[in-house]
Write a protein that binds this ligand. Structure first.
Ligand SMILES: *Cc1c(COP(=O)(O)O)cnc(C)c1O
Length: 388
């Protein structure tokens, strides 16, 4: 049987078997509608409230500050549009970064069509936002600042606490997309000075299609899903009980395992980065050398199309990605790589390897054994490559 090596954990993760086990009863015996007052309903509600407690405790928040959603995209949309609609009389200006996930940049572009103004703050060559640049962008019309905690493509971790502090001093709401960090590194809403924070279960060994938005008590936010009074009127629709229970179980497991996993993955990540940048000529690390996610290695390999490498690796059973999963069908190079100053040519030859709970050292060895051969083969065929 062919060896299978999955190195695309930032795209999605498999469910932990313990998460699946915890969810199972909620499809069958405990199938009740959590809004019902009979015992079926109360049993489902109990599962949901336990999960809410776990999420709140992970984030240093209160349970009533957690809204369950259908995932990271909905949480981000609710944060951006919910604040925009609630505060449109106060101001129409939003500040975000140039390297956000599309689930932030697209709602921002949508609001621009509706008359809002958006400032996209640039980043340095490592992908970091400078808090002073955010401060300079503030106007008396600014109602929201949203900067992601860690970037999904290059893994750079932002100085969120400092940016949040600036927002707080000016009494401007601050949101952070923490989909890449929750479950992987400590995330505390008070240390980050966040008023709103997005997370998604399928990025930390939970099921797909479920996430949460933290909303600090007292924050004015408008709902955009109108219907029943679930989630205190902030998010209508019958509760996805199995999903929510799975999210809680997954995050509880991460709480216990996170520290050890981050250490182990960071060591393998560094072996992988060094193996590529020292073992293959004309390769470059993308993102910050230290302030990066413990599981992310993103490298540019000159003279080669990222897609060609992916297909060659896939034939060997190795899965990784180029750019982010959402942009991998478009021909435009990643907006993140362009924002850190990579040329179109170099951006096109970029690969993202992301490690996870079941990554072994032999997986990295297998990759490092095969990647140089693939690169050599593809470069020999490349018209861009100077064959001296
Ligand atoms: C995956 C991801 C999202 C989208 O989350 P979904 O649950 O897939 O909708 C948003 N932001 C970041 C940074 C992500 O990595």
């Amino acid at each position: 049987m062919m060896k299978k090596v999955y190195l695309d954990y930032a795209g999605t993760t498999p469910c932990d078997p313990l998460v699946y086990k915890a969810m199972e009863p909620y499809f069958f015996d405990k199938f009740g509608n959590a809004s019902s007052i009979h015992s079926y309903g109360q049993e489902a509600k109990k599962g949901i409230e336990e999960s809410r407690q776990i999420v709140a405790s992970f984030l240093g928040a209160k349970p009533e500050e957690i809204i369950f959603t259908s995932g990271g995209t909905e949480s981000n949309n609710l944060a951006i549009k919910g604040i925009a609609w609630a505060l449109e009389k106060k101001g129409n200006h939003i500040i975000t970064s140039a390297i956000e996930h599309h689930a932030i940049s697209e709602p921002c572009k949508f609001l621009e069509k509706k008359g809002f103004k958006v400032t996209y703050v640039g980043v340095d060559k490592y992908g970091q936002v400078c808090p002073q640049d955010v401060k300079k962008a503030i106007t008396d019309k600014t109602i929201l600042i949203s900067v992601m905690h860690a970037n999904n493509e290059i893994g750079t971790i932002q100085p969120i606490g400092e940016i949040g502090k600036i927002a707080r001093e000016k009494s401007i709401y601050f949101h952070t997309d923490a989909v890449q960090t929750v479950g992987h590194i400590p995330v505390d809403v008070n240390e980050l000075n966040a008023d709103l924070l997005s997370l998604s279960a399928h990025k930390f060994y939970g099921p797909k299609g479920v996430g949460a938005l933290y909303v600090r008590k007292g924050t004015r936010i408008e709902s955009f899903l109108h219907g029943g009074d679930q989630e205190r009127g902030k998010r209508a629709s019958t509760y996805n009980t199995p999903g929510i229970v799975g999210l809680g179980m997954a995050l509880g497991l991460c709480q216990d395992k996170m520290e050890g996993e981050a250490k182990f993955q960071a060591a393998l990540r560094d072996k992988l980065i060094n193996g590529i940048t020292q073992g293959i000529p004309e390769t470059y690390l993308n993102g910050h050398p230290e302030k990066r996610l413990p599981n992310n290695a993103n490298c540019s390999i000159r003279y080669i199309e990222g897609e060609s490498i992916i297909l060659n690796l896939d034939m060997l059973g190795i899965a990784c990605s180029t750019g982010s999963a959402c942009t991998s069908t478009s021909l435009e190079p990643s907006h993140v790589l362009l924002a850190i100053g990579r040329s179109h040519e170099i951006a096109h030859g970029s690969l993202r390897f992301t490690l996870g709970r079941w990554t072994k050292e032999e997986d990295i060895d297998y990759l490092l054994e095969n990647l140089p051969k693939i690169v050599e083969k593809l470069r020999a065929m490349s018209p861009l490559y100077d064959k001296k």
